[in-house]
Design a protein around this ligand. Structure first.
Ligand SMILES: Nc1nc2c(c(=O)[nH]1)N[C@H]1C(S)=C(S)[C@@H](COP(=O)(O)OP(=O)(O)OC[C@H]3O[C@@H](n4cnc5c(=O)[nH]c(N)nc54)[C@H](O)[C@@H]3O)O[C@H]1N2
Ligand SMILES: Nc1nc2c(c(=O)[nH]1)N[C@H]1C(S)=C(S)[C@@H](COP(=O)(O)OP(=O)(O)OC[C@H]3O[C@@H](n4cnc5c(=O)[nH]c(N)nc54)[C@H](O)[C@@H]3O)O[C@H]1N2
Ligand code: SF4
Ligand SMILES: [Mo]
Length: 695
């Protein structure tokens, strides 16, 4: 006997279509054709079901009785009693903002929405933020500034294959979104040019027609140089600039000083390569520029993305067929997770929490008075580093993140988590963050609940349940409803608050809450998603099509035009010194996902990627007396990590690289910088100064 359900992978933003098959011997993954993955899956997708019945799976709440004691199994009543009492105690002693919430971009739209609502109307706290701050916040801020909207790709993924020139900046899609590679192959088979900008010869860079290899943190200068050259050569789209944009004069003035020889000095990219890249972009009929974390996770990430958007606008790309700028979003619901209210400054529908009209609209949907809604709270890293301090939050509820491994300057974050009066973690495994918790609440996995996700194209799609959660496990929506039932009567809003546990009901409410907002889901229904292979937002009316292609005739800014913003290069927050002479950059490998809480538990993935490593150039290794496989220590001003050396001639000799998927002594986030972008508050994960030595 078997039963099938058509759903999507639990991991990244590509949200590959898959079929889950339930048989007597367990759950199997089968590939499924969907417009994005066209039947492809990566190794993480193939093995995703292994966590469903894994021995590490949590099926009972866990409680810690004494700060130095161990976690022990407990009943739900006991666990929720503890959470309720802890929250009340903290609120009474320190006020409502002292209870904070940390969410995740892997949560469904329904859960992200419910979590934001829970924080604002049940807890009454301004302090809610999420791991998306570590992920796409710089591209989001730059997109809002230039286009008046932030949607990862403003066009369907399939457009990539038709671009004459495709530029990938800091994106290693061959490892982070493998099924996407087929579009790159198709693009080159049609005679297209693929340009990759990355300090390493990655699996993606190996496929490129042209690879630019800058020092980490210099992409902004590279982008300004590309625009400088395009301007000098007369490749700009003057009509487009005149008709569809504002602010070009100032950008032209700024890029005038980014002549290629100067940018070669700044970035290490040869003049000839800058010229070749500018020519390929400037003379293409159709060109697409994409950024990902390599360009964005910097203390100047917003300005770096802006520099690439300026280039795209000057070439007249956004809104033209087969052309444009886009950001490759990261987590499964990286896009939707930032639209529905788990960000410190946001209300559902991508509304701003400091906008009186937005507050009035959302308050009406929630049945509360607008003045009871808190204002903007702390951003993710600022929130984590304030925990347990005199003015900071004393209690934290975590849903869908593992900051002990993934936050920058993680030793400090871990110390802050330990200083809390109450740490509650909802998860399905004992993540490194759950290990520190006072209360762990076992929650359902992706194959056990319905919901919607919004993929990297802004396409809202359906996650479908194959089976109910195992006995003892509750869904995140049930947990929030349980807590709301216990705590809501003490809020100003009283008992009239609704916290449905049925995802479909939550989605119906989300549609109302988002109506009229930037990310308008009002016209999207689950039935439509099923019938249309997903619906692209904005979609304000049930009888209107969604919006696969944006900006075709106007931008959602007050005057309908896109905005150029002049941006100047500045060095990384921490440049190498004699004591810390090397650049460190960080990122991902194919077989592990994020903090690794899920994928480190899956045997084939553990075999494929058993542990951290430090990638360094053979010339550098000789200088440091390091052989391939030697245990090395990487030290920054904040801390150290150890892992085996992996020699690679493909990395710059002034730069080392480590993946961030592992905890303990192999945790690279013990080393990374906590410098933040002034606009997005994105941490500078992608560059800091380190020393490397044989351990
Ligand atoms: N296998 C796997 N896939 C994933 C994930 C995962 O954890 N594992 N996570 C998902 C998520 S949430 C995200 S956000 C995406 C991330 O997807 P990507 O952005 O593709 O992943 P990263 O490896 O973080 O960074 C990409 C590249 O940036 C380069 N880089 C480092 N510094 C710089 C720089 O200063 N400039 C430039 N131009 N490049 C630089 C790195 O060498 C790296 O190859 O992946 C998603 N997919
Ligand atoms: N050095 C360095 N650090 C980085 C990055 C980098 O490039 N370099 N990248 C950053 C980026 S882009 C990101 S996105 C972050 C991600 O880092 P994290 O936020 O730590 O992401 P995950 O490892 O996916 O953590 C998700 C946790 O929630 C659990 N979980 C999954 N789904 C659900 C759910 O539906 N409900 C609940 N309650 N729990 C769930 C999982 O088991 C896991 O423990 O890391 C950031 N950290
Ligand atoms: S590319 Fe992303 S969505 Fe597709 S199977 Fe791999 S992890 Fe899953
Ligand atoms: Mo991410």
């Amino acid at each position: 006997m078997s039963q099938d359900v058509a759903t999507h992978c639990p991991y990244c933003a590509l949200q590959c279509g898959m079929t889950l098959r339930r048989t007597d011997s367990g759950v199997r993954v089968l590939p499924r054709r969907f417009p994005t993955n066209r039947g492809g899956l990566c190794q993480k997708g193939w093995t995703a079901a292994e966590l469903l019945d894994h021995p590490n799976r949590l099926t009972t709440p866990l409680l810690r009785d004494r700060p130095d004691g161990d976690l022990r199994p407990a009943s739900w009543t006991e666990a929720l009693d503890r959470v309720e009492a802890g929250i009340r105690r903290v609120q009474t002693a320190y006020g409502r903002d002292a209870v904070a919430v940390f969410g995740g971009g892997g949560l469904t739209n329904e859960k992200a929405y419910a979590l934001g609502k829970f924080a604002r109307v049940v807890l009454g706290t301004r302090n809610i933020d999420y791991n998306g701050r570590f992920c796409m916040s710089s591209a989001a801020a730059a997109g809002n500034r230039a286009f008046g909207v932030d949607r990862g790709l403003p066009f369907p993924l399939a457009d990539l294959a038709t671009a004459d020139t495709l530029l990938l900046v800091g994106a290693n899609v061959a490892e982070t979104m493998p099924p996407l590679v087929r579009y790159l192959v198709e693009q080159r088979q049609r005679g297209g040019t693929l340009i990759v900008i990355d300090p390493r010869v990655t699996a993606t860079a190996r496929q490129a027609t042209l690879h630019l290899q800058p020092t980490p943190g210099t992409d902004l200068a590279v982008a300004n140089a590309l625009l400088h050259i395009a301007l000098a050569e007369g490749w700009l789209d003057k009509d487009y600039i005149a008709a569809r944009t504002t602010g070009f004069t100032e950008v032209r003035r700024v890029v005038a000083s980014y002549w290629p020889a100067r940018v070669e000095q700044l970035s290490g990219v040869p003049v000839a390569d800058l010229e070749a890249a500018a020519r390929a972009l400037g003379t293409a009929e159709r060109a697409i520029i994409l950024t990902a974390r390599g360009a964005e996770q910097h203390a100047k990430g917003v300005d770096t993305v802006t520099a690439f958007i300026n280039l795209a606008l000057a070439l007249g790309l956004p809104g033209r067929p087969g052309s444009g700028y886009g950001c490759l979003t990261g987590q499964g619901n990286g896009q939707g997770g930032r639209e529905h209210g788990q960000k410190a400054d946001q209300l559902p529908g991508y509304r701003r929490i400091d906008d009186p009209a937005a507050r009035a609209h959302v308050a009406a949907v929630w049945g509360v008075r607008p003045e009871t809604l808190p204002g903007p709270g702390l951003s993710a890293y600022e929130l984590l580093s304030a925990l347990g301090t005199a003015d900071g939050p004393k209690a934290l509820l975590v849903f869908g993140s593992n900051p002990v491994v993934s936050a920058p300057r993680a030793a400090r974050v871990t110390a802050r988590l330990r200083a809390l009066d109450l740490l509650v973690v909802a998860d399905f495994v004992r993540s490194e963050t759950a290990e520190l918790a006072d209360v762990v609440l076992p929650t359902a996995q992706w194959a056990e609940e319905d919901g919607t996700m919004t993929n990297l194209e802004g396409r809202v799609l359906r996650r479908r349940a194959l089976r109910p959660p195992p006995a003892g496990v509750r869904t995140d929506l049930e947990i929030l409803a349980d807590l709301a039932g216990r705590l809501a009567p003490v809020t100003a809003a009283g008992a009239g608050l609704r916290f449905p546990v049925e995802p479909r009901e939550v989605f119906a409410e989300l549609r109302h809450a988002s109506a009229g907002g930037i990310a308008d889901y009002a016209g999207i229904s689950w039935e439509r998603i099923d019938a249309e292979d997903g619906v692209f937002w904005p979609c304000p009316e049930p009888n209107l099509p969604g919006s696969p292609r944006m900006f075709t005739d106007r931008f959602p800014t007050p005057d309908g035009r896109a905005r150029f913003v002049p941006v100047e290069y500045r060095p990384a927050d921490e440049e190498p010194t004699p004591d810390y002479p090397l650049y460190l950059t960080t990122g991902r490998v194919l077989a592990q996902y994020q903090s690794g809480a899920q994928t480190r538990r899956i045997a084939p993935l553990r075999t494929a990627a058993p542990g951290a490593f430090v990638e360094l150039h053979p010339d550098l290794a000789v200088r440091l007396g390091i052989d391939d496989g030697d245990e090395v220590r990487v030290t920054s001003r904040r801390g150290e990590m150890r892992a085996p050396a992996r020699l690679s001639p493909g990395i710059r000799p002034d730069t080392v690289f480590a993946p961030f998927h592992w905890p303990g002594t192999a945790r690279i986030n013990s080393v990374t910088s906590d410098a933040l972008d002034p606009v997005s508050r994105m941490p500078e994960f992608k560059v800091c100064a380190v020393r490397v030595e044989k351990a």
